[in-house]
Ligand binder design. Structure first.
Ligand SMILES: Nc1ncnc2c1ncn2[C@@H]1O[C@H](COP(=O)(O)OP(=O)(O)OP(=O)(O)O)[C@@H](O)[C@H]1O
Ligand SMILES: [Mg+2]
Length: 1316
């Protein structure tokens, strides 16, 4: 409990003797527990106000006789050592302390610690805060107020007259701060009683003893119906809890009847806090005793309203006023905003006190009963507002009033609980009436959502009337205990088996239980402690009370019968008949899908509703009309059954307008409307449906059905009206009551039917223009050929649907077709190319109407063809399909074989677009003529040249023309072996006709030939003939060289040999050139250019022009022949003339000897070879100068020459002299010169004379042979032995590979080196 905490043995105790210590003086209790043998008890020590730790310690030492040097500690009982620092905060008045050797020392002997536990003042101030708890979303504030009403009820219980209890909500700021005052005219309180009021938990049962009793003992009130004994003061907490829950301060003002004085006591939180702060006794104060209406003590402006209250005391004999101030702001808000709610709750709590044991039976007339004397009046005062004042008795919608007044019958009973607890009970039956349960719902705390106006979710499944609420509310001493209810008793719960009454009847009961104070409630009077437990005890006996008498019968059966009776008597349910089976309804949420029993009829409130019957709904949005399809009843029913609800399926009417089936609770059927009225409504609605279209053509251009019309013919405008059955024009669907009027539109579509499908080519939607009807403008753009439909369709606005409720909306279709119009323009068809001069061609024409549709020429027409530079003709033009301008011929120049572009303008007079340009390329026509250039009849050609003819193949307009295989020939005649000229003109139609040169042999004079030019492949082109005069050629034809000697020029013929002295120069060589006609040609410099000689690269041009050739240097050696060539080369000819120059030897000049064979000769031998002698000119050319006679004049001389064997011979064939037999007389070897001389010419030769053959061996440098040469044994000879091989004349003989052997005596060892 909250009240238990907070209280420590802290400050001075109120009203106790310990207070005597005085402020600041502390008494502490010290246990000496240093040794086991310490004194058992504690020692009180006085601690002065300004004491410090040192002083305290000294005092301890002194008191216990401890020497100051001894070691000890002083601790708290929590073993916290007392030090200088914590002395003041720890050593408080009344604390118990230990004297120990050390902080952790064992407690050798037990100690007794003094404590205080006066409750904290929060016990009072916060009691309410903790006690009142919100439950089930209810604000507990009304229950706090109820505590004060309880007290007033108690106080007024013995009033003779009216018992007046006023709750005043003083919220008028002009009168002070907000306050709540509860004032009664009860017995009031003496000052002692007022003092008792303040004591928490001092109840009437504990009041004797310490306190002066106002009772001579508590007397239990006598039992009265519903225990309305007004004995509701019980625990001694209610008033305090209530005031401190509501506010922060309570002023109790009271005057008992037999007292002169008014007693006034104020308890306030602020006051408590102040006392605590000042360390004053909290639970003490004073009561002001004063004379009535004396408000002089009210000085605080916040409470100025008290003056009024106190003034009123004058008129009162006795009273009590509880004035709460410091009201919590949230309470003020609640009290203001929920005035209606909490006053209802109070009316509910005290319902039976206000209205008596039977409760508020509105229907019965009110007599003045003893119970009608309690006036509980609630008034609320706010600034500038009319005070709100309500007497709880006037409230007619508190729950109990609702229960009492919706009940059709009641069932009273009594429960005898073990001990002497008695509980009275009442059960009331709230019947089902036609379409609803009458079981009241709490308007302030609805148990279910109201679905009255909720059209869509009108589904109610086994709607239990009571819902989840328990049956019984519980009253204690006649006053509601709000948070306790009793669910049920087993005799009034729905039976497991089928009972006498249908199950839903068990949900139509409410009840109340009334107990006396034998049953305990919580101190806040919010809950019973154990009521249900006791009631449900197996020993509890329930009996029915009928007419005030307890019935002996078993209550179960009594109740079941009563319930059945109630059901039969009071319930007005629906009878479901014509059972049609059980289905599931998949359109519903899964939990609700089935089973559903279906019926074709119901009986309800005395009327029968059948399938097919026309009905109207109520409380649906919108209201609708329709025919009943069937009825649904949730559950697995089988056959006829009564039920409270169910649903009806209605096909909305007119069906044509809605085509919709709706299901609504049966309760939403309008039971007041006659079927006839519904029927008339439906018929009226039907007649108002759109039925047909009226189409008119205000501007002409009407479209007739199946009309065939030329393209572009306009249609309309169209004026449309939608007519209903009555022929009235309309623009929206009827039935504004059915979900808003739906606007109607007219849609116009023109559809073209083609092989590829239908194509919408025009689509318009027209709205009704209010004053204007539906209107579609003239349409002029229907030009495509084909079949069409013009469709008019009524559609709905927004959705554009063309049906409504399954019925097509009015429409109209007009079929028509569009054909082409008359030709207005034309184009050219496929032309056959190419166009040639003079070759007829056709121009196909294609005609179109003005939209480009193919059209045909039907009327006569004279085309005009024009093209600048051409002359054009045609044969005819054909009409109808495949129109052609036939046989068109064009003549005129075309420039070249590639042709020429012409713009051929075709005009067809009478058409809108009457002319078209045909761009043509006109090619030359067929070959007609051959044109040869030069065009003179006789042509002169020099022999050896080729003649080029320019040929052109021409068409009839003299255009050069070409065609494949256009080969032009030229044949010459008049001489053998003449060439044929051929040229191909296929590509260009013109060419140079030429070929090899015309060459006629040996013509010295003019000759006549014939040339015939023709195209063999074109027989109709006439050949062209020409006469050709062939002239001899004037080109260089011959070259002749001459050698001029004096006046005479000697012709040197080609390949001639010319003898000339060797080393000489040939001067005066000339040349001459002649043409084919042997005419000498004058040498021009151009001709001279073309002359070349092979003997010199440089030719003197001047000399050439004079016909002079360069000089020829004759070779010096007769063996060198010189080949001289003169050549001329031009385009026509290549000529040469050549001769050979043979050098002839000059005069004799030298004699020449030549050795043939070796030039060495051995001593005594003849020269092996011969010496040949010849005579030469100055260049060494041999000359034939010798004859046999010449031998004699030849002389041969030389030193040592042995001429004995000399032999000279003349050699005829070589023109030389041979000399043999040359020999020398023996002598020293060496060179020998020989001189040969003939006439004045001579020459030398040199011969080498060598030693003769070896003949002897000589020792050289060797001493006399007789003398011996000393040699040391084993050594070489001191000098080598040199030997020489010599001829017979002691000339050393140079012979190679000579082997010399040295023989020795047999006793001599020797070795010899030999050398050559
Ligand atoms: N309006 C009053 N007139 C006369 N006496 C009153 C009035 N209000 C309270 N008292 C006296 O003060 C006492 C204390 O009231 P309080 O409401 O605090 O406790 P209770 O009524 O005794 O018990 P309970 O806890 O059930 O309310 C009452 O028993 C009653 O004697
Ligand atoms: Mg009370």
């Amino acid at each position: 409990m909250a009240a238990a905490d907070g209280g420590g043995p802290g400050g001075a105790s109120v009203g106790t003797e310990e207070d005597g210590g005085g402020v600041g003086h502390r008494t502490v209790y010290l246990f000496d527990r240093r040794e086991k043998e310490s004194e058992l008890g504690d020692r009180p020590l006085q601690v002065g106000e300004r004491s410090d730790y040192a002083g305290f310690r000294a005092c301890v030492c002194q008191t216990l006789g401890i020497s100051p040097e001894e070691k000890f500690v002083i601790t708290t009982t929590s073993r916290k050592e007392i030090t200088c620092d914590n002395f003041d905060e720890t050593v408080k008045d009344g604390v118990t302390l230990y004297l120990l050797q050390s902080v952790n020392q064992l407690l050798l002997t037990a100690t007794k610690e003094r404590i205080d536990f006066l409750p904290h003042y929060d016990t009072l101030v916060k009691s309410g805060m903790y006690e009142y708890y919100a439950s089930e979303g209810q604000n507990p504030l009304p229950f706090a107020l109820a505590e004060l009403i309880d007290n007033s009820l108690s106080a007024t219980s013995r009033n003779i007259g009216v018992r007046r209890i006023q709750i005043k909500l003083l919220f008028d700021e002009t009168q002070g701060k907000p306050a709540v005052a509860v004032i009664d005219n009860g017995r009031g309180m003496t000052s002692k009683q007022l003092n008792n009021w303040a004591v928490y938990r001092l109840s009437k049962f504990t009041r004797q003893g310490d306190f002066e009793s106002d009772h001579s003992g508590y007397v239990r009130p006598v039992p009265v119906p519903r225990s309305l004994n007004s004995d509701i003061s019980y625990f001694g907490v209610g008033g305090k809890q209530a005031v401190f829950f509501v506010g922060q301060s309570a002023r109790m003002i009271s005057k008992p009847a037999d007292s002169q004085d008014v007693h006034e006591l104020v308890l306030s939180k602020e006051d408590f806090e102040k006392k605590e702060k000042n360390k004053e006794a909290i639970y003490s104060g004073y009561i002001r005793n004063r004379k009535p209406s004396d408000s002089v003590h009210i000085t605080n402006d916040d409470e100025r309203f008290l003056h009024h209250l106190i003034i009123e005391e004058k008129e009162k004999d006795s009273f009590t006023a509880v004035v709460i101030t410091g009201v919590q702001p949230e309470h003020i808000q609640y009290l203001k905003n929920y005035f209606h709610l909490w006053t209802r709750q109070l009316a509910h709590i005290y319902h039976y006190y206000i209205h008596g044991p039977k409760g508020n039976e509105i229907r019965t007339s009110k007599e003045v009963e003893p119970f009608n004397n309690i006036d509980i009046e609630i008034s609320m005062f706010e600034k500038g507002k009319v005070p709100k004042i309500v007497n709880l008795r006037e409230i007619q919608d508190d729950m109990q009033t609702l229960y009492v007044n919706t009940a059709a019958d009641s069932f009273e009973f009594k429960a005898h609980v073990e001990g002497d607890g008695v509980v009275e009970g009442i059960i009331r039956y709230h019947p089902f009436l036609y379409d609803r349960e009458t079981y009241p719902d709490d308007p302030c705390f609805p148990s279910k959502l109201k679905d009255e106006d909720d059209e869509d979710d009108c589904f109610i499944l086994e709607k239990a009337a009571r819902g989840k609420r328990p049956i019984f509310e519980c009253f204690w001493n006649g006053r509601l205990i709000p948070y306790t209810s009793v669910e049920d008793f087993d005799w009034c719960t729905p039976p497991k088996k089928r009972g006498l009454a249908p199950i839903e009847c068990y949900n139509r009961i409410s009840g109340a239980l009334f107990t006396n104070d034998k049953f305990q409630v919580s101190t806040n009077k919010l809950t019973f402690m154990d009521l249900e437990l006791k009631l449900k005890d197996k020993n509890t006996l329930f009996t029915r009370i009928l007419n005030g008498q307890e019935q002996r019968m078993k209550i179960d059966r009594e109740f079941a019968l009563w319930l059945k009776d109630c059901h039969e008597k009071y319930d007005k349910q629906i009878k479901f008949t014509l059972f049609k089976g059980v289905i599931t309804r998949p359109d519903l949420p899964s939990k609700k899908q089935g089973p559903w029993a279906t019926y074709a009829a119901i009986e309800w409130d005395g009327k029968i509703y059948k399938a097919g019957q026309l009905v109207k709904t109520i409380k649906t949005l919108p209201l609708f009309y329709g025919s009943i399809v069937r009825f649904f009843l949730y559950g697995d029913h089988d056959g006829e059954v009564y039920a409270t609800g169910g649903e009806v399926q209605i096909a909305m009417e007119p069906q044509a307008l809605y085509d919709e089936v709706r299901t609504v609770p049966i309760a939403k059927l309008d039971r007041t409307v006659a079927e006839k009225a519904v029927k008339k409504y439906v018929e009226d609605e039907m007649a108002r449906l759109p039925d047909r279209l009226s189409v008119t053509w205000p501007e002409g251009d009407e479209l007739l059905p199946n009309e065939v019309r030329p393209a572009g013919t306009p249609i309309g405008a169209l004026r449309i009206e939608i007519l209903n059955k009555k022929g009235e024009a309309m623009q929206k669907l009827p039935g504004t009551s059915h979900g808003g009027s739906k606007k109607l539109l007219v849609e116009l579509k023109v559809i073209l039917h083609s092989s590829s499908g239908n194509k919408e080519i025009i689509s318009h939607i027209s709205q009704h223009g209010g004053k204007w009807p539906y209107w579609f403008k003239k349409m002029e753009n229907i030009q495509k050929l084909g079949n069409y439909t013009l469709k008019l369709q009524v559609v709905l606005n927004e959705s554009n649907a063309d049906t409504y409720a399954g019925r097509p909306l009015p429409s109209k279709a007009i079929k028509f077709s569009v054909k082409e119009g008359k030709p207005e323009k034309f184009s050219f068809g496929l032309l056959d190319l190419p166009f040639r001069v003079g070759v007829p061609f056709n121009i196909p024409l294609e005609f179109q109407d003005e939209f480009g549709h193919t059209s045909q020429l039907v009327t006569d027409i004279q085309p005009v063809l024009e093209a600048s530079g051409l002359s054009l003709h045609y044969e005819e033009i054909t009409k109808g399909p495949n129109c052609v301008i036939r046989g068109v011929t064009a003549k005129g120049p075309v420039n070249s074989c590639q042709g020429k572009n012409y713009n051929l303008k075709v005009t067809l007079p009478g058409l809108k677009e009457d002319s078209q340009i045909l761009k043509i390329r006109l090619l030359p026509g067929h070959p007609r003529r051959l044109k040869v250039k030069p065009d003179s009849e006789i042509l002169v050609i020099e022999n050896g040249t080729a003649f080029p003819f320019q040929v052109e193949v021409l068409d009839e307009s003299d255009n050069i023309t070409a065609q494949p295989k256009l080969i032009v020939h030229c044949k010459f005649s008049g001489a053998p072996n003449l060439p044929v000229y051929v040229v191909d003109c296929s590509s260009s139609g013109t060419s140079i006709l030429t070929g090899s040169a015309i060459q006629v042999q040996n013509i010295k004079k003019d000759q006549t030939l014939k040339a015939r030019i023709e195209i063999p492949s074109c027989k109709d082109v006439a050949p062209v003939e020409k006469t050709i005069k062939l002239l001899p050629s004037s080109h260089v034809a011959r070259l002749q060289i001459f050698s001029v000697e004096g006046q005479k020029a000697i012709q040197i013929k080609h390949q001639d040999e010319v003898n000339w002295i060797a080393g000489d120069i040939m001067h005066n060589l000339i040349f001459q050139m002649y043409d084919e006609g042997e005419r000498e040609i004058n040498i021009t410099s151009a001709l001279a250019e073309k002359i070349k000689v092979n003997w010199t690269p440089e030719i003197n041009k001047e000399h050439l022009l004079q016909g002079l050739l360069p000089d020829v240097q004759v070779p010096t050696s007769v063996k060198d022949m010189r080949y001289c060539q003169v050549s001329f080369q031009d385009d026509h000819v290549s000529l040469e003339s050549a001769f050979t120059v043979r050098p002839l030897p000059d005069e004799p000049k030298h004699l020449k000897c030549e050795m043939k064979g070796g030039k060495t000769v051995q001593m005594g031998q003849e020269l092996q070879g011969e010496v040949v002698i010849i005579i030469t000119d100055q260049y060494g050319n041999q000359i034939q100068a010798f004859s046999p006679s010449s031998l004699s004049s030849l002389s041969i001389a030389g030193v040592g020459l042995d001429s004995s064997n000399l032999k000279t011979t003349f050699q005829e064939n070589t023109q030389s002299i041979s000399v043999r037999g040359i020999k020398f007389i023996p002598g020293p070897p060496g060179n020998k010169d020989l001189c040969f001389t003939w006439r004045e010419f001579s020459d030398f030769i040199r011969v080498q004379l060598i030693s003769g053959p070896p003949a002897k061996l000589l020792l050289i440098d060797w001493p006399e042979l007789k003398e011996s040469i000393p040699v040391i044994n084993g050594r070489d000879l001191q000098n080598p032995i040199i030997v020489q091989l010599c001829d017979q004349w002691d000339n050393p003989a140079p012979v190679q590979h000579v082997k010399i052997s040295l023989t020795k005596a047999s006793n001599l060892k020797g070795r010899a080196y030999s050398s050559g």
